[in-house]
Design a protein around this ligand. Sequence first.
Ligand code: SAM
Length: 292
Amino acid sequence: MEKEIATLSRTKQILEKYSFSFKKSLGQNFIVEPNILHRMIERAGVTEETGVIEIGPGIGALTEQLAKNAKKVIAFEVDGRLLPILEENLAPYSNIEIIYQDVLKANLHEIIEKKLNNCREVMVVANLPYYITTPIIMKLLENRLPLKAIVVMLQKEVAERMTAKPSTKDYGSLSIAVQYYTEAKTVMSVPKTVFIPQPNVDSSVIRLDLRPEPLIHVKNEAFFFQVVKASFAQRRKTLLNNLLNNLPNGKANKNIIEECLTSAGIDGKRRGESLTIEEFALLSDRLYEIFK
Ligand code: SAM
């Protein structure tokens, strides 16, 4: 029996056979430690009833492990040079389909509806290309896809920002967006030594369980996120100053913004990073009445 693709010896053999050269610009760092992938799939809870979307299969290290555990795997790969490699090495598995497309341009609703409709649940499980971690996660969340969970490997620093609590240095608009749509937790630490080529940063695996409804109800979602972004625009400035400087026509509406803060019971001298998601909701609902 052939060794798993994720072993160092098999990976080296494949890379040599195809004279593959890594593209740093595509975030190509491949895992060469099967146990990391076994643990990741176990933390995801993938079963033979699960349909999985993978983003960036590379030479198929994680794809192979997913195929052994899941009902069906749909993987998006942007680098066409990987096509012959994936075709050859994943040939033993009949439940994998690779789509050679930029995942950011893909219609994931359609893919789930057409190709994973016979699965009991759908999850995203991936070792993400790190240069587009946040756009990928935001696309998965904002598109309101019918996903049970997103279990992904990403830079440790980004995982810390996604799971951060108020009044910590990592807390920001990304923490709020992730919390709004999901329950997030870090489920594994991954040292940089298990990749080739070795990246400069350590990694984590994060598990995002999608909420059936957002954590809080707001009058206008787009405006809520606008208020959140404005509040964090300059972290060392007070909440009031950030709102004045970063909301459209903020300065012209100074009195109104001050009134909204007072009626929401929030001191404008606080920093944005001290507000809970519930406080942001209250504030944005008050401001929305004026700014809409
Ligand atoms: N899954 C493999 C592993 O764990 O060893 C490789 C992961 S590597 C960190 C990221 C992969 O994402 C690469 O294969 C890269 O070509 C691919 N990729 C980069 N940008 C992409 C995009 N926009 N859409 C789909 N795949 C992309």
